[in-house]
Ligand binder design. Structure first.
Ligand SMILES: CCNc1ncnc2c1ncn2[C@@H]1O[C@H](/C=C/CNC(=O)c2cc(-c3ccc(F)cc3)cc(O)c2O)[C@@H](O)[C@H]1O
Ligand SMILES: [Mg+2]
Length: 214
């Protein structure tokens, strides 16, 4: 039976990275994607911007939509202080199996709660089932046509507070036009574009950082 790209990415991590060393896991994935097989991780260039925003926010409770192989999960979780947590939602169980092992290889499993399911079903359960009061930081990197739906759902569920920071990947490529329109025109958001490149390429892409004003 043939392996999948996420499985081959995991093998590269287990071969090249040091257990318990998040930076070596990040580098192993970036090298695999740059030199072996491209994969839709946020990557090193946009990843550095993600790092800056996470460090600046220093969230107690963070949410990631779309775990995929766990690359950005590791990037975010490695920066979180003790006693804080990152909840990451992934609806493809096969990807979740890989991501769990990548996160564990980095030694970050105690900081990360990976939940298998669709954001649309799970977000309304965050308060009751997951004991979340509100999110300080949200990273959006799942299906691009679901970004807008999901931040509206987060608003409706009372999961955003004044100052919550939303960071969205791929606002140029593949693009999230209706999300961008919303966060850039809605007076309840203060938005800023961080120009960068599509992971492992020279194609333009960027991250949109939007602060919820309450
Ligand atoms: C149903 C919506 N809710 C969801 N809830 C939980 N997880 C979800 C959800 N949607 C999708 N997912 C998961 O998120 C991941 C999907 C990410 C989609 N990302 C992209 O399409 C993407 C695509 C590109 C890209 C760019 C240029 C290309 F030529 C080709 C691809 C680059 C990126 O950085 C991307 O993030 C998968 O793991 C999927 O199973
Ligand atoms: Mg992406």
């Amino acid at each position: 039976t043939w392996s999948t790209r996420p499985q081959r990415l995991l093998k590269a991590v287990q071969k090249k990275a040091t257990r318990g060393d998040p930076q070596s896991v990040i580098s192993a994935i970036d090298n695999f994607c740059r030199h072996k097989e491209w994969a839709m991780n946020v990557g090193d260039e946009k990843g550095a911007i993600l790092d800056c925003v996470v460090s600046e926010v220093n969230p107690s409770t963070a949410l990631e939509l779309g775990t995929y192989c766990g690359y950005s999960t590791v990037r975010i979780a490695r920066l979180l202080p003790p006693e804080t947590r990152l909840i990451t939602l992934e609806f493809n169980p096969d990807y979740a199996v890989v991501a769990r092992q990548v996160i564990a290889w980095a030694g970050l499993q105690d900081k990360v709660e990976l939940v298998v399911g669709a954001s649309g079903d799970l977000i309304p359960q965050m308060k009751q089932q997951f004991g979340v009061k509100e999110f300080d930081f949200v990273f959006l990197d799942h299906w691009k046509d679901r970004y807008l739906l999901d931040i509206k759902l987060l608003e409706e569920c009372g999961l955003l507070r004044r100052g919550t920071v939303l960071l969205a990947d791929n606002v140029i490529c593949p693009g999230t036009p209706e999300y961008l329109e919303y966060v850039r025109t809605n007076p309840r958001y203060e938005s800023r574009y961080f120009k960068s490149h599509l992971e492992y390429t020279k194609v333009e892409d960027g991250l949109e950082k939007s602060i919820f004003l309450g």
